[in-house]
Design a protein around this ligand. Structure first.
Ligand SMILES: Cc1cc2nc3c(=O)[nH]c(=O)nc-3n(C[C@H](O)[C@H](O)[C@H](O)COP(=O)(O)OP(=O)(O)OC[C@H]3O[C@@H](n4cnc5c(N)ncnc54)[C@H](O)[C@@H]3O)c2cc1C
Length: 284
């Protein structure tokens, strides 16, 4: 039986799940917990609520509704996305293969504004260690981040790179990193290099010479996951067509991660389209 895996249990992910499950497709939502909606004190502009409702309560009711139609929820953090013969979401709870994946992790807030970073993307700055580690065989590389997502990237790099330095930018470590990784806590001031990355400028005035910088800040958002498969992104937004499909067949995105109006109504609409279209495509 075909299956759909959705990353995120906000209004976009849950709406997608409702439509996919009701279309008869086995549907799993992977979530690390409450999203933006949980932080909204009162929602006063969503259809059907004459009395304002708290964001947390609206989110809870949405999840309850999806569970009632058979959607399975798994609490975990997605850290990778691969494609071999099938799409596979890599999480802290193991791998989840899927016939279609819907990205619904909300707005990306982890895009760092470090001078030099954007201009060197694809020239030493990478968002996918699994994809690009091979190019850094025997080289010195740095990973920006401090949590499980950064650990996932570090683990892909350690067997091939000459050295891996974790640059936390002052954030506390929230994962257990292997001793082979050097940890630097200074703020990152700039990524250095003209044509390609040559190093990283740190706040203490020191320079770390590396030929690759892998970005894995915070939690892997939809944009970072989409980039891993080479799906088109525009800044922090995932590019989608009218069916909410990304530039890759079988990979959809919905909600705040596609940009535009960052509101519940738009997230619910896009989720509905993504769930419907993903299910329809699997029936063909
Ligand atoms: C303070 C505040 C007030 C707001 N007020 C309003 C309002 O009055 N009206 C309105 O319409 N909108 C409001 N919004 C906006 C609204 O909350 C968002 O537009 C909406 O929640 C977006 O839905 P989403 O499903 O795209 O993302 P989110 O609701 O952010 O859900 C994202 C989901 O993805 C999960 N996730 C993220 N990364 C991972 C990962 N790596 N692995 C697994 N799971 C992951 C999160 O845990 C979460 O479940 C407000 C937002 C905020 C922050």
């Amino acid at each position: 039986m075909s299956n759909i895996v959705i990353i995120g249990s906000g209004p976009a992910g849950v709406s997608a799940a409702l439509y996919a499950a009701r279309a008869g497709v086995q549907t799993t939502v992977l979530t690390k917990g409450p999203g933006a909606l949980d932080r909204a004190e009162l929602i006063q502009n969503y259809y059907g609520f004459a009395e304002p409702i708290t964001g947390a309560e609206l989110e809870r009711r949405g999840i309850e509704g999806a569970k009632a139609v058979g959607v399975e929820f798994v609490t975990t953090e997605a850290v990778g996305l691969t494609y071999t013969d099938k799409l596979t979401v890599e999480t802290l709870a193991g791998d989840f293969p899927a016939d279609a994946v819907i990205l619904a992790t909300g707005a990306s807030r982890a895009a760092p504004r470090i001078p030099g970073l954007a201009g060197l993307e694809g020239h030493g700055v990478s968002y996918c260690a699994t994809c690009d580690a091979f190019f850094y065989r025997g080289r010195d590389v740095a990973v920006l981040g401090s949590g499980e997502y950064a650990l996932h990237e570090v683990q892909a790099l350690l067997p091939v790179a000459h050295s891996v330095t974790l640059l936390t930018g002052g954030a506390p470590l929230t994962a257990q990193f292997p001793p082979a990784v050097a940890v630097r806590t200074e703020a990152v001031e700039a990524i250095l290099g003209e044509e390609r990355v040559t190093g990283v400028q740190l706040k203490d005035g020191g320079t770390l010479e590396v030929s690759g910088v892998f970005v894995a800040l915070g939690v892997a958002g939809s944009t970072a996951l989409a980039r891993k498969l080479g799906a088109e992104v525009n800044g922090s937004r995932i590019v989608v067509d009218d069916h909410m499909q990304t530039s890759l067949p079988g990979l959809y995105a919905a909600g705040d991660c596609t940009g535009g109006l960052l509101q519940v109504a738009k997230a619910v609409y896009e989720g509905a389209v993504a769930g419907t279209e993903a299910a329809k495509a699997l029936r063909k």
